[in-house]
Design a protein around this ligand. Structure first.
Ligand SMILES: Cc1cc2nc3c(=O)[nH]c(=O)nc-3n(C[C@H](O)[C@H](O)[C@H](O)COP(=O)(O)OP(=O)(O)OC[C@H]3O[C@@H](n4cnc5c(N)ncnc54)[C@H](O)[C@@H]3O)c2cc1C
Length: 534
């Protein structure tokens, strides 16, 4: 049986960071990945990490502090964040970024101006300073591993895309250079760089290795068994970094607080780490929570054999669009951050005992299509599969909504948009709202508020999806998993979406999931390497 000091399960951001941190601390590391490709959901992501009080902001002259970061998270906690975890996260950002810059190929820099997701809360940053992203990474450095990452090459940084405040256009010469040098940005750059760090230290991932069971000797976790019957032993610790449980319908039903469909993640995230931790007697936390996000399905397109989805972000933020529920009425600030919108989708009506906003449509007009496009299409093109009507009333009939109700809703919204103030839901009042909207009008409300006046009108059905669940075994600040009684399970650690989310319900800002994954992946890897004596 192969024997390592530390065994890491899952090769996304959390797992690779844990493996790299453990290897850098001198441990021999076995890294096992269920899929035939490495990188998990992180490869599909934009690779942004939210790190309060970080060195890049300081270098850019943006004021932030430990106290402000903690105050901000506390102000949003609603008693869901365990004492100590928010502090450990904010305290960890300095150490992890110092280590990444000095000891690994992953180099980060600020996404300029990206506001926090609740920037007007105490300690929030309306002008940004906490969202950082990987530098472009050259895939030639990975040798044969360059073709074994999830997702597809994207040769841009977030700051260059409309979602990060850019234009989405790279000069042709620069685009050619990136192509020739196989330079990539976003989530695959993060994974590429972390993987390179692991390979440099002799830690090569083993793919097609689905862990199914922990091997225990009394309480102590001593190793892992895989689906093919093989096993490895871990002298000092096992790190669960197997992502969330969003692809296991039973776990989703048993734990999540409300409806969720069409997960946007890799389908190998089926809660295997959660199940292993439960069998070992772990105490669970944050189980009802996920990183929520509204999506639409892309008819006829699939991803890993599953229905392909599109994250609906700019389309609902740009002027000339509203979201309405099954009754044809608005129910929220459409430009709010995607995670917080989950709460609006989960509103339960006591009378009908139904989730009244779960059947939801994005409604937009011809000007929205002409100016912005959307749903992966350029300006001027509307998706063929969108519902369509020459008038608002005709569109209402197409989506089975009372025409008079939708007409009244559009009329009311148009009046508020022209007056520049959404009296009903405050769309455009937060510094976050228009950041991915129409940049010509940012930071004004007109970056997101605009009337729907020109037919034809369109509607696209939205669904509440997730970027990953974030409940799992509860841990201490170094990722050591607790028993139901609150004692450590010797030799067992968790990180990333596999652990009980250290930020509760909160998505602090762009990168709100990968920031904690880096910090707690690092801490868990270090702690496991030291056999818990950190
Ligand atoms: C389109 C998109 C954009 C996003 N953009 C951002 C962003 O910019 N910033 C941000 O913070 N978040 C973003 N997210 C969310 C973010 O990608 C995830 O929260 C994050 O990648 C989770 O990291 P992880 O390491 O915990 O899980 P993952 O990256 O999903 O890795 C988990 C790995 O574990 C493997 N695994 C599962 N079970 C087993 C097993 N039994 N044995 C071995 N291996 C196993 C999986 O195959 C997978 O490779 C985005 C998500 C999407 C879908």
């Amino acid at each position: 049986m192969d024997e390592f000091d530390v065994v890491v399960l899952g090769a996304g951001a959390a797992g690779l960071t844990a493996a790299l941190a453990a290897a850098d601390a001198g441990a021999s590391v076995g890294l096992f990945e269920k899929s035939s490709l490495v990188g998990g959901t992180t490869c599909l992501s934009s690779g942004v990490a939210w790190l309060p009080d970080n060195r890049y902001a300081r270098e850019a002259g943006v004021a932030d502090s430990r106290a402000e970061g903690i105050r901000y998270l506390r102000s949003l906690s609603r008693d869901m964040i365990r004492p100590g975890m928010a502090e450990a996260f904010v305290d960890g950002t300095a150490e992890v970024t110092e280590w990444l810059e000095r000891r690994t190929p992953l180099h980060l820099s600020l996404v300029p101006g990206y506001p926090d997701y609740h920037p007007e809360h105490p300690g929030g940053k309306p002008q940004g300073g906490r969202s950082v992203e990987p530098h472009l990474f050259g895939f030639d450095a990975l040798g044969a591993w360059a073709d074994r990452l999830e997702g597809r090459p994207r040769r841009m940084m977030v700051r260059e895309t409309p979602v990060g405040g850019g234009t989405g256009v790279v000069a042709p010469d620069e685009a050619d250079r990136r192509e020739a040098q196989r330079l990539e940005g976003l989530g695959r750059a993060m994974i590429g760089a972390l993987l390179k760090g692991c390979l440099d230290r002799g830690t090569e991932p083993v793919t097609d290795a689905a862990a199914v069971e922990l091997v225990q000797d009394g309480d102590r976790v001593r190793g892992v068994r895989f689906a093919d019957g093989s096993a490895v032993s871990a002298r000092r610790g096992v790190v669960l970094a197997t992502g969330g449980f969003e692809w296991d319908p039973g776990l989703v039903r048993d734990f999540l607080r409300g409806p969720m469909s069409y997960p946007a993640t890799v389908p190998t995230n089926t809660g295997d780490g959660l199940r292993m931790a439960m069998k070992a007697g772990a105490r669970l936390g944050n189980m009802r929570e996920a990183w929520w996000v509204p999506v639409c399905v892309l008819p006829g397109q699939s991803n890993h054999g599953e229905q392909a989805v599109h994250l609906v972000l700019r389309e609902r933020t740009l002027p000339g669009s509203i979201m309405v529920n099954r009754d044809g009425v608005r129910f929220t600030n459409e430009a709010a951050n995607y995670n917080a919108l989950g709460g609006a989708f989960h509103q339960l009506d006591p009378g009908s005992f139904d989730y009244v906003n779960d059947r939801c449509w994005l409604v937009f007009d011809a000007r929205h299509v002409e100016e912005y496009g959307g749903f992966t299409l350029p300006p001027g093109q509307a998706p063929e599969w969108a519902q369509r009507g020459d008038s608002v009333g005709e569109l209402a009939r197409a989506i089975d909504v009372e025409p008079a109700t939708l007409e009244a809703e559009v009329t009311r919204f148009n009046a508020m948009a022209k007056a520049g103030d959404d009296e009903d839901f405050g769309r455009g009042r937060s510094a976050y709202d228009g950041f991915v909207g129409d940049k010509r009008h940012y930071p004004g409300a007109a970056s997101t508020l605009g009337p729907l006046e020109r037919g034809p009108y369109y509607a696209v059905r939205l669904h509440l999806s997730t970027l990953g669940t974030k409940g799992g075994p509860q841990t201490d600040v170094d990722g050591s998993v607790f028993t139901v009684d609150g004692d450590p399970i010797p030799g067992l650690y968790a990180a990333g979406n596999a652990m009980a989310g250290p930020t509760g319900m909160v998505y602090g800002g762009a990168g709100g999931t990968l920031g904690p994954a880096l910090v707690f992946g690092y801490r868990a890897g270090r702690a496991a390497a030291s056999g818990g004596r950190r």
